[in-house]
Design a binder for this molecule. Structure first.
Ligand code: BG6
Ligand code: MG
Length: 212
């Protein structure tokens, strides 16, 4: 493999938290009587909490103040964090664990690059808190994906330059971010269809055979 490092997105790549985000935002949307469904939820992939709220509030006639928005986002996060307590190591598939271990045995450095401020909590829930060589997350950045900041910080923490790293993403915003930062990307799920993606993969273990 030509890459010395791989930076994994967390939500939707290493584990699946989509349903929890959906349930938490749905409770907020219902409380303020705004329509919210899975199609809108899909638009929130890779996007920060506050940017997600702005997308949800596009449907609202009421104009919310910054203070009100922060209160809504905090409320959503409390519901979300309660749901995260249900996560266990079984939320990371055996295929993902085997792939991570094989990549490590091949001498590739491994990092997480996620917009989520709950990254460390999630990694702990699934038993991966001490696994990665570097973690860069929503608490490190001022600009969320599609800005490349989170991946640039991850690469720096690995001691590598962007062209030496591959970014693995399930979100369109994440593929944009990788491209903007000078990284190659592997797209999974919806992100595999992005025109800017370097590799289209069906599952994480496809990373083991990229150049074959
Ligand atoms: C990303 C998710 O990983 O994290 C987004 O794909 C989410 O849907 C974002 O909005 C921020 O998450 P958090 O945990 O900081 O609210
Ligand atoms: Mg994701």
């Amino acid at each position: 493999m030509r890459y010395k490092g791989i930076i994994f997105d967390l939500d939707g790549v290493l584990c699946c938290t989509d349903q929890y985000h959906y349930e938490a935002w749905k409770q907020i949307a219902d409380e303020i009587s705004i329509c919210f469904d899975k199609t809108i939820n899909n638009r929130l992939r890779g996007i920060s909490r506050m940017d997600s709220l702005d997308i949800i509030l596009e449907k609202s006639e009421k104009k919310y103040t910054q203070e009100e928005k922060e209160a809504l986002a905090e409320k959503k996060n409390n519901i979300y964090r309660q749901l995260l307590t249900r996560m266990t190591p079984e939320d990371v598939s055996q295929d993902t664990r085997d792939t991570l271990n094989t990549l490590r045995l091949r001498g590739i450095k491994l990092a997480v690059g996620s917009s989520s401020k709950n990254t460390k909590t999630i990694l702990k829930q699934v038993g991966l808190e001490d696994f990665f060589d570097a973690v860069s997350d929503g608490t490190d950045i001022t600009h969320s994906k599609p800005h490349p900041e989170v991946f640039l910080i991850a690469a720096k923490r690995l001691g590598l330059k962007p062209p030496q790293c591959l970014v693995v993403e399930d979100a369109l915003a994440g593929i944009e971010a990788a491209g903007a930062g000078g990284f190659d990307s592997a797209g999974i799920g919806e992100a595999a269809a992005h025109g800017r993606v370097t590799w289209r993969i069906g599952e994480i273990s496809d990373l083991l055979n990229l150049e074959k």
